[in-house]
Design a protein around this ligand. Structure first.
Ligand SMILES: NC(=O)CC[C@H](N)C(=O)O
Length: 377
């Protein structure tokens, strides 16, 4: 027996899972999604792309390395709630400062443990990601009442969330070593490791609020523009799409990750759609159309760009193609312009804790800026 007080996870379709209260007690509402990552839970919890989502970990034991003061991907935990099978009772790691449960409690994240996460994950795979709520303590009530609270929450489709997570003020992450390039990074929910990996390549990163104008972008005299990951439905990201179109028409070198891939897709005239249950994990294969090579990647998205493996299409900015796809479901995993210096991927080259197969994409961005500045001078 865990000794935990009762808690419930209630799904929008009426399915109820019982477990024990973990972290903070109370109520959390969001979209329930599962991640198959078996490590890196601290990075998952602090990834702003998980804003308004209740994350289920399929790995049964989570929390073994506790919580440290170095690995956060942002200033806080963003997941709305957390669902676990069997949290570690005795974390052990030289960097650990407190337990996962303590940190969830400290940040008020209402979570649930002792859940049959295997059954739950199968249910989400069959019925799709949907709204849900975690309830414990004073928030517990009968199932009908809890279900009506879940159904009153806003769905993820149509949610415009980048403004909730973006920085209010611009800030600069200096280049490590000699500064080679300056990049304007639009913060749609950027993870700390992204500016770090750019900085390691001699890039001075100006992280800009999502509300920035194209004049704000140009004011940093950028050699390139970067579109970050972020939460919410890409169909709502009209302003970032407009900024991207402005960058494309000026032939400003551009690189986008995840939400950034969806925004580039829209800027090129493609649609986006909601996947049934998304891709969340750290061992998801991606095929490169140019070489046929497969990379094992970290992913976290619920939407995708409409298209198919290897598609070539005309855009307002010349030709472009689907550069990568996922062999699991055939969905688009990358875009590349042929006539403009722009590319993007749906997966995460900045992934920490790994895998690192895709880290070379940051070098490609550097090469794109180097080619561009050589041809301009
Ligand atoms: N990690 C991300 O950038 C996610 C992008 C988008 N919110 C999605 O779920 O598809």
């Amino acid at each position: 027996m865990s000794g935990r007080s009762p808690a419930k996870l209630v799904l929008e379709d009426g399915r109820v899972f019982t477990g024990g209260a973990y972290g903070a007690e109370g109520e959390s509402l969001g979209e329930v999604v599962f991640s198959t990552a078996m490590t890196g839970y601290q990075e998952t919890l602090t990834d702003p792309s998980y804003h308004r989502q209740i994350v289920v970990q399929t790995a049964p034991q989570i929390g073994n390395t506790g919580w440290n003061d170095e690995d956060d991907e942002s200033k806080r935990i963003w997941v709305a709630g957390y669902v676990l099978r069997d949290p570690s009772r005795t974390p052990s790691n030289w960097r650990s400062r407190r337990t996962l449960a303590q940190e969830l409690d400290r940040q008020g994240i209402v979570s649930i443990a002792d859940v049959d996460t295997r059954t739950l994950t199968r249910h989400i795979r069959e019925s799709g990601a949907m709204r849900a709520g975690v309830f414990s303590g004073a928030a517990l009530a009968d199932d009908e009442e809890l279900l009506s609270r879940v159904r009153s929450a806003p769905p993820m489709a149509g949610a415009d969330l980048a403004g909730d997570v973006s920085t209010q003020q611009p800030y600069v992450v200096p280049a490590i070593g000699e500064r080679r390039f300056t990049v304007a990074a639009l913060d749609l929910g950027i993870k700390s490791n992204t500016p770090r990996m750019l900085a390691q390549r001699g890039i001075e990163v100006h992280v800009l609020p999502v509300s920035s104008s194209f004049e704000d972008v140009l004011a940093v005299e950028p050699d390139g523009m970067f579109l970050s990951n972020g939460p919410g439905d890409p169909a709502t990201a009209d302003h970032p799409v407009a900024l991207t179109r402005a960058a494309l028409s000026r032939e400003l070198p551009l690189f986008g990750i995840c939400f950034g891939n969806q925004i580039l897709g829209r800027a090129l005239g493609l649609g986006t759609y909601k996947l049934p249950y998304g891709h969340r994990g750290i061992n998801i294969p991606v095929v490169d159309a140019a070489t046929g090579r497969v990379a094992i990647t970290s992913q976290n998205h619920g939407f995708a760009v409409a298209g198919a493996a290897g598609d070539r299409f005309d855009t307002d900015f010349g030709a472009a193609q689907v550069s990568h796809h996922c062999p699991n479901d055939g969905s688009v995993e990358g875009l590349r312009c042929t006539d403009a210096p722009a590319f993007s991927v749906q997966y995460h080259p900045e992934a920490a804790a790994g895998p690192h197969d895709a880290a070379g994409l940051f070098d490609e961005f550097v090469d794109l800026m180097a080619t561009r500045s050589a041809s301009a001078s």
